[in-house]
Design a protein around this ligand. Sequence first.
Ligand SMILES: [Zn+2]
Length: 118
Amino acid sequence: MSKGFARGRTALTRNGRPSTTKFGWVYKDPRWKAVRKLVLERDKWRCTNCGCSVRTKFAARVDHIVAVSADISLAFTITNLRTLCVPCDAVRHMEKGGGGRAVERKGVDEDGWPIADG
Ligand SMILES: [Zn+2]
């Protein structure tokens, strides 16, 4: 019996849960994954606000400068994106959270990655 079929990748859960955000699909789009990586590399895996390193997996957030709800055409535009650390991202969302949308916590963050809740 051969073993070694373990795959190196962990697929994101695809359990068909509806997104609670209108633009949740953006973060599941292959273009998002690609551009997100470009942004992180462009910003050298540092928060563009405070400069701290976001190299650990759950520390990196990529933020839309112009929110996707304001202009969906900028959703995958690298110049509209910036790297933030989790604390700066939280502040940013509080600042722009005029609609009362709190940071949602349901196991996966906006980027589609599992939340490591502390
Ligand atoms: Zn920061």
